[in-house]
Write a protein that binds this ligand. Sequence first.
Ligand SMILES: *Cc1c(COP(=O)(O)O)cnc(C)c1O
Length: 462
Amino acid sequence: MKYISTRGDAPALEFEDVLLTGLASDGGLYVPEQLPTYSREEIASWAGLSYQELAFKILQPFVGDAIPADDFRAIIDKSYASFRHVGITPLVQIGHNEWVLELFHGPTLAFKDVALQLLGHLLDYVLERRNEKVVIMGATSGDTGSAAIEGCRRCKNIDIFILHPHNRVSDVQRRQMTTVISDNIHNLAIEGNFDDCQQMVKDSFADQSFLGGKRLVAVNSINWARIMAQTVYYFYAALHLGGPQREMQFSVPTGNFGDIFAGYLARKMGLPIKQLVIATNKNDILHRFLSRNLYERSKLEHTLSPSMDIMVSSNFERMLFDLYDHDGESIKQLMEDFKTGPLVVDNNHLEKAREIYDSFAVDDELTCDTIRETFETSEYLLDPHTAIGVKAARETVRDSSLPMVTLATAHPAKFPEAVKKAGQDEDPALPYHMKDLFEREERYTVLANDLETVKAHMRDNL
Ligand SMILES: *Cc1c(COP(=O)(O)O)cnc(C)c1O
C-alpha cells in the first residue's frame, strides 16, 4: 500500500517509511492512497474472531508486503498480551441501547495503549531487520508519555526520552512513567510547563544533529500506525452488537481527532456506522467547526479531562483531506490560512461532514453530573473523559433504537480528582496489577527549562 501526504507535495511512501516518519516533508500528514473496502457479508464472516485475529484481518492490507504474515501475527499477539482482559476491548452496557467500549485494559489504563503497544513492537521488528537504532522523543501532560514508555520498554533498538512538566502531572501519571526502570527509558522532568516541553521536542525534530546520526521518531498521534490500530475496535464492537447487519452509533471523547478519525475510516472501509459524535470538553474547536463552520484557535482551558485539553486537533487535517476528495492543493491553502486566522470550509464540504458527524461540548460541571448520574443508575464509574462521551451521546443520538457505543478512553482510577468532585467519597481503586504503584522505585531527572541543557543530557545518555 502507498501512503500520500495531505498537502500533495511530498513523495509517496511505503508502510515501513511511514512508520519511521513524522510529518511529511511538505508539512502534511500521511494517509493511505486508497483504503481497502469490504462488503457486509465479508465483515459478517469475521464475527467469531478473537480481537487479535480481527486485528490481523483489518491491519494486514495496511502493512502489505512490509512484514511477512506470520511475523505480523506474532507482533499483534505480543502487543495485546499485556492487556488484562481476555476480550482486549470489552463492551459494558450502561443503559438501554447504551454501551461503553472499555479501551483501558492495557498497562497504563488509557486507550493509547491499544495503539502504542502495537507501535512499539512494529518499530522494534523493523529496526532489528534494518539493524538501526532510533531515538523517540516526546512531550507529555500525562497519558501519551506513559503509554509510549510501556510500548517501548523492551525495545532494544529504541532510546526513549519523555519530557513532562516538573510537579505538574498527577502522581499516578508521573509514577506510571517513572517507575518503569530500564536503561533505554529516560524520564525528564522539565522546570517549565507542558508547552515548554512540547516546544523543545519540536525544536529537536527541526535540528537533529545533536544525536550523532540517529534519527528521531514521533510517537504522537500523527503517526499513521497509531490511527490504523484504532480502526480495529470499531469493527470489534459492531460485531458484538449485531453489526454489520444493523448500523452502529459511536461517541468519542476527542482531543487530537485520532481516535474518532479511525472510526471514520472504519466506516469508509464498509462498516455500517450511522453517526460519529465528536465529544469535547471546554476546548471545543471541533464543536465550533461543526456547529458554526469556525475552526479557530482560542485560549487553552484546563479541565477535569486533561487528555482532551488541546487548542488545535492535529488529525483534523486528515479528515479535511478526505472531505476534499484528496485535493492536496486545497488543504495546503486551508492550512496556510489557518496560520493567521480561522479555517472556514465551503458549505457543501461542511454538509458532507454533518452527514456523519455530530458534536457536543461538555463542561466540568456537566462532566461531574454525568459521572454521578451514571453511577446512580447503573453503578458504573466513568472516568471524566468517558463521561463527556456519554453525555454527548445522550444529547445527540440520532436513532435510539440502534446501539450507541461510547469509547471509554481511561480508567477512573487515573483521574481521582474528578471522581471525587462527582461525589464519590473514596478514590477509585487502582486495578490489581497496579496496586503497588505507590511503593515502586521511581527514576527521573529534573532539568532546567533550557533546550541546550536537555540536548546535552540526551547526548550524554545515548
Ligand atoms: C488522548 C486521549 C483522548 C483524546 O484522543 P484523540 O485521539 O487525541 O482525540 C481522550 N481521552 C483520553 C483518556 C486520552 O488519553
